[in-house]
Write a protein that binds this ligand. Structure first.
Ligand SMILES: NC(=O)C1=CN([C@@H]2O[C@H](COP(=O)(O)OP(=O)(O)OC[C@H]3O[C@@H](n4cnc5c(N)ncnc54)[C@H](OP(=O)(O)O)[C@@H]3O)[C@@H](O)[C@H]2O)[C@@H](O)CC1
Ligand SMILES: [K+]
Length: 476
């Protein structure tokens, strides 16, 4: 499991560790990891041109000490000091001893344009608000330059805890982060500024709960429902799909396609698209008698393509089994009916649907994805899967939010969400907790999207078909 901790937790762990270590030891650990990453990126350190962008805090100190290490290996290192009188004294002395030079901000843009590597030590976890005005031209020059850009701990200008970006921020090719990932490195929009992320261990012991968790292959493998020798189809769980309409039969077909690959023993379809479903998937149990009379299921999926069928949505919400609400269902569900449910609920909005549920503009959700997912989960007393290039899954009781990074932009295709809801519903029926079902489904769905796309456009049915390959890959 990859985890990310809040700045507050990092600060507390830093204090504990600093009290036990000689002064400056922690910064040396950070600088040594940073210098090694820079050297890897440069390939040949000797003779390379390195520019350090140095702010007034310890983030700048890390950059200066790492610059000193590179200078000792023969790099030409220049530090651009944003506030010369407040730059880290020890770091500055080390750089000078190693033969590095110092410059003010005048002329910095030309230095950056000629550099092989730019190290962004403007600001780290001590940053507040967006990048300050004096730092903006430097970030812009770095973006224009052909140099590789390495961010120290975080790309300067992004918010460590929320992943929000207010105004300009540094765009990095690589971020070298210390002790733990920070939420902003895993959540969009900040994540896009970080480039690839390298974690350097510095010995922090993080006592509090993580803010974010990102499942990896082994975590997903451990959560996948596998049939035992005793399992029959009913013990493996039956998932009910209340989706589709005369106008949108495809949503039903795609939700069933996802559900058949999610590990439930059987898929029961209820609604007006039974013919289309059966034609494509003859193994589906179909019924046109409404959810309540359809026979026992262990979880429901309601909403994809149901159009204006509010009655079906309301009926499913009264079920005493887990319910996944998606698409039209999110618009039609009575908030009180969701909040009043005793069994778990999983809501799966994209940013636009989440915005409608929260009564804000779509842009606000996109700018503050983590806060929005948490807020929705709390308001509705439900687990919330917020779709996007980094899908988030927040639980109703707070706690760590799951973030999924397997997604690909090829998944932004019509019907892909229907496949995801079927898949997640199937995992719910097989007995996974709502947050686990959502995050395992997002993981498999993202992976399936990558396999199906392989660099070319895909349709949602291709994604559904590739889910089996995603399972196999995870279990390998
Ligand atoms: N945690 C750990 O275990 C370890 C942490 N380490 C390192 O320490 C870093 C944290 O250092 P830190 O606390 O000195 O804060 P830092 O990020 O340098 O920024 C503060 C300075 O920036 C300024 N400033 C603020 N906002 C700004 C903005 N928007 N735009 C521009 N400037 C802004 C602010 O100015 P002021 O408000 O005072 O005028 C203040 O002077 C951490 O990220 C990691 O790199 C490692 O060395 C070892 C292990
Ligand atoms: K930085």
């Amino acid at each position: 499991m990859r985890t990310a901790y809040s700045v507050e937790t990092v600060r507390a762990a830093e204090r504990d560790l600093m009290a036990r270590l000689p002064e400056g030891a922690l910064m040396q650990r950070a600088a040594s990891g940073l210098a090694a990453a820079c050297a890897d990126l440069l390939g040949r350190v000797y003779g390379s041109r390195v520019v350090l962008l140095v702010g007034s805090g310890d983030n700048g100190g890390d950059a200066l000490y790492a610059g000193a290490r590179l200078a000792r290996r023969g790099a030409g290192v220049t530090a651009v000091l944003l506030s010369p009188e407040r730059a880290h004294t020890g770091g500055l002395a080390a750089l000078r001893r190693a033969g590095g030079t110092v410059s003010g901000t005048g002329g910095a843009e030309e230095l950056i344009a000629r550099a092989d590597l730019v190290v962004d030590g403007i600001v780290g976890i001590g940053g507040k608000g967006g990048l300050r005005a004096e730092a903006v031209p430097l970030a812009e020059a770095a973006a224009r330059a052909r140099a590789a850009v390495v961010a120290v701990d975080l790309p300067s200008g992004v918010d460590a805890d929320s992943g929000q970006v207010n105004g300009a921020a540094v765009r990095a090719d690589l971020t070298v982060t210390f002790g733990t990932h920070k939420p902003g490195l895993l959540v969009d929009p900040a994540r896009e500024y970080a480039g690839s992320v390298r974690l350097v261990g510095i010995g922090l012991e993080l006592a509090a709960e993580a803010e974010l968790e990102a499942l990896q292959h082994t975590d997903v493998a451990a959560l996948l429902p596998l049939p035992g020798a005793e399992s029959d189809k009913y013990r493996r769980g039956v998932v009910g799909i209340a989706a589709g309409s005369a106008r949108y039969p495809g949503a039903a077909v795609l939700a069933v396609a996802g559900a058949l690959r999610g590990g439930a023993g059987a898929v029961r379809y209820v609604g007006p698209a039974a013919e289309a479903v059966i034609a494509r998937f003859p193994e589906t149990l179909v019924s046109d008698r409404g959810p309540r009379s359809a026979g026992r299921v262990q979880a429901w999926v309601v909403g994809p393509g149901v159009g204006d069928d509010a009655a079906t949505v309301a009926e499913v919400l009264t079920a005493d089994v887990p319910v996944l609400v998606d698409a039209d269902g999110l618009r039609l569900a009575e908030p009180a009916a969701v909040r009043g449910r005793a069994a778990p609920t999983l809501m799966t909005p994209h940013a636009g649907e989440a915005a409608a549920l929260l009564g804000v503009a779509r842009e606000e959700v996109e700018a503050a994805r983590l806060t929005s997912a948490r807020e929705l989960a709390e308001r509705y007393g439900a687990a919330v899967l917020l779709k996007g290039s980094t899908t988030l899954v927040a639980g109703p009781g707070g706690g760590a939010v799951r973030v999924n990074a397997t997604g690909t932009s090829w998944l932004a295709t019509a019907g892909s969400g229907d496949v995801l809801s079927g898949l997640a519903g199937s995992l719910l029926a097989a007995g996974l907790r709502a947050v686990d079902a959502g995050s395992v489904a997002a993981y498999l769905h993202g992976l399936a999207g990558r396999f199906a796309a392989d660099g070319a456009p895909v349709g949602a049915h291709d994604v559904a078909e590739a889910i089996a390959a995603a399972w196999r890959d995870v279990r390998d």
